[in-house]
Design a protein around this ligand. Sequence first.
Ligand code: ADP
Length: 325
Amino acid sequence: DPPTNENEPATKTLFKFDTVINLKIYGDDESAKHLKKIEQMLDDVDQQINMSNKDSEIHAINQAAGKQAVKVSRETFDLMKVSVDYAKDTQGAFDPSIGPLVSLWKIGNGGEHVPDAKLIDQAKSLVNYQDIIMDEANLTIKLAKEGMSLDLGGIGKGYAADLVADYLHKEQIESAIIDLGGSSIIAIGRKPSGEQWRIGLQDPDRKRGEQLAIIQLDNETIDSSGVYERFFMENGVRYHHILDPKTGFPTQNGLKSVTIVGGTATDADVLSTAVVVMDLEEGMAYMNQKQNVEAMFITEDNRIYLTSGLKGKINLTNTRYTLVE
Ligand code: ADP
């Protein structure tokens, strides 16, 4: 929609990447043009990396698993390089070759039962980022074993958000919000009034849009991942969509969600997933040795733990949670 006055943004809502995308651009006469361009960009990214899109490069790599190397675009190659580097850095907590486990569990896509243990073992044995063979000179990628598959669900939204942000920076937009499903948010600049943005952080136990805290910031990225997004229950256990490559099961480690603040949206998207897989202690140690990226951890018992850079910056708005100092 076009803005009605100069403090109102031009807005667009799209449904892509299985999620609702909200775009807001403030104070630019050409915002309608920008929003159109961005929509096209997001379509292109989907075409490039969505493994369930039969025309995508990732789909082609998956189809050729165990058989041949597939030539890809520079963009896809670079994204895979970042993915594999993060897999190494997180010692496999984040693993872009998680595909066989995602397909087996089908969480959020009709899976309602714990799969057979044998099948879990089989799928797990195919998940290993070290079996992604990348040839930079020829821009090819090969999955070493038949049955392997890439799944970029843990990085794709961040990557897309970064592309949109790059575009808006290039167009010298000074005030905008890019929100991919409430879990990947880039705030560009400040509000047109000059104040900082006030961003609500999702309450993991409540429906979309209900917040547990507010954070004030400018020019920043926020990404959340949690065990609440997509799941089914069996015998009182919650089976959700973040899988531990080591066990082959959805993580069960006392963490309910992790929010990353800072870095690129790609960084933040990967880190939020990876740190949920670690656990509070390991994840906190991992995040503390990273510069300029902060984390908020929420445990199953509703306690909130922050890395040092976030202390004093989170305003709790919900009394069910306790901030641990
Ligand atoms: P969303 O914001 O869509 O809920 P997340 O950023 O939390 O997604 O990432 C979850 C998605 O990442 C899963 O749906 C799956 O596609 C993929 N995934 C699950 N476990 C892992 C893992 N250990 N490493 C990499 N990707 C994963």
